[in-house]
Design a protein around this ligand. Sequence first.
Ligand code: UD1
Length: 421
Amino acid sequence: MAIYEINGGTPLNGSVVISGAKNAAVAILPAALLVKGRCRIENVPDISDVRILLSILSGMGAVIRTPEPGVVEMDCTDIRQTLPDPALVKKMRASYYLMGVLLGRFHHSHVALPGGCSFASRPIDQHIKGFKALGALVEEGNDYVAMNPGPHGLQGNRVSLDVVSVGATVNIMLAATLLPGRTVIENAAKEPHIVDLANFLNTMGADISGAGTDTVKIRGVASLQGGTYTIIPDQIEAGTYIAAVAATGGDVLVKNVIPKHMDCITSKLEEMGAQITNYDDSIRIVSNGRLNATTVKTRPYPGFPTDMQAQICVCMALAKGESRLTESVYETRFFGYCTELESMGAYIQIDGKTATVYGMEKLHGATVRARDLRAGAALVIAGLAASGTTRVENIHYVERGYERLIEKLTALGAKIHRVEE
Ligand code: UD1
């Protein structure tokens, strides 16, 4: 087992280049299965979730090449195996996108239930509602979902989501792209990676409009052809580095970002006292590490992302005064890291969906355990800001979503090592 060992208290300085967005990559790579032809996908992050996905796809017959770092070329013209390896599917969350893709291309699918970060119960009833609306007969087994066309076949339809769900919006888009007729997803999620998926599919010949609004419209097309596409930068990776500088102090230029995607995060950190300057595709953050208390409520995009809840909590733990952090997407997410932060000297009171964070002058190093991806990232930030040595265990969670984390942080002056135990 490997751990991160961090000697905290050193300000972060210099520049960091943000990788391609994890949540876009894990939707776009399976989407390439809808394409008969060669897709060249650029700015693909080298993270474990992507590696697992590529193994699943190659096991199904996709011909995959990685001609250079960050580039994946994939040809899914001849798929010989439509049953994705259940053992690999269970290793990650976004493997559930294979349900929509297989239904759309082959009109049947049999996919194991996904694994991934379990910071909350993560139902997929809205995905199923969408598949049924498109005409699928859905069989929900204990550990799989199987789908076949219903008596009237598969075709576009109107689907109104009961909750704003990124996964359900993506899965319905994937299923509907090649089906005859028009699909309209109402109450759709608006996250940047929904827009990125629509742009990818449209580049390959799909007819999707409205992505980024709460109504996504898909007019089914007969086929998609190959092409080249570049994935957007990772909003949450960028937010994590920005939060790390805010908490630790320093002066960092965060490169390869779309500043508009970052507004919901940077506006809060500015409110807390960090200095933020937006450029065309980079953001400079300057912080003396002493922040002011604030109030944050997580919401679907364009609100403050739940995937930044844990990282902003570390900033609050080091701010002057009492902050309030309310989670409205995944209620149980606090339990992934608050106790660990308390072992580093933080004082947090959780009451249902709201945590009151009493800011401290300093955190101190401790041995802590990551329980999910973003919780792990928050513990790394806490370790960078704390005095003394922090050891973060269970780092496989962090490696799911952060490309070359140690290398990037070390270049900023952090004292962090990956130690094999
Ligand atoms: C995606 C992100 C994840 C992020 C989350 C919320 C990917 C691969 N993952 O996860 O990093 O934390 O969005 O921004 O993009 N819900 C239902 N029924 C469903 C689906 C969802 O009730 O069928 C609920 C969930 O319990 C949650 C809310 O809807 O309360 C939002 O979940 P959703 O947007 O679907 O999250 P994911 O797509 O799993």
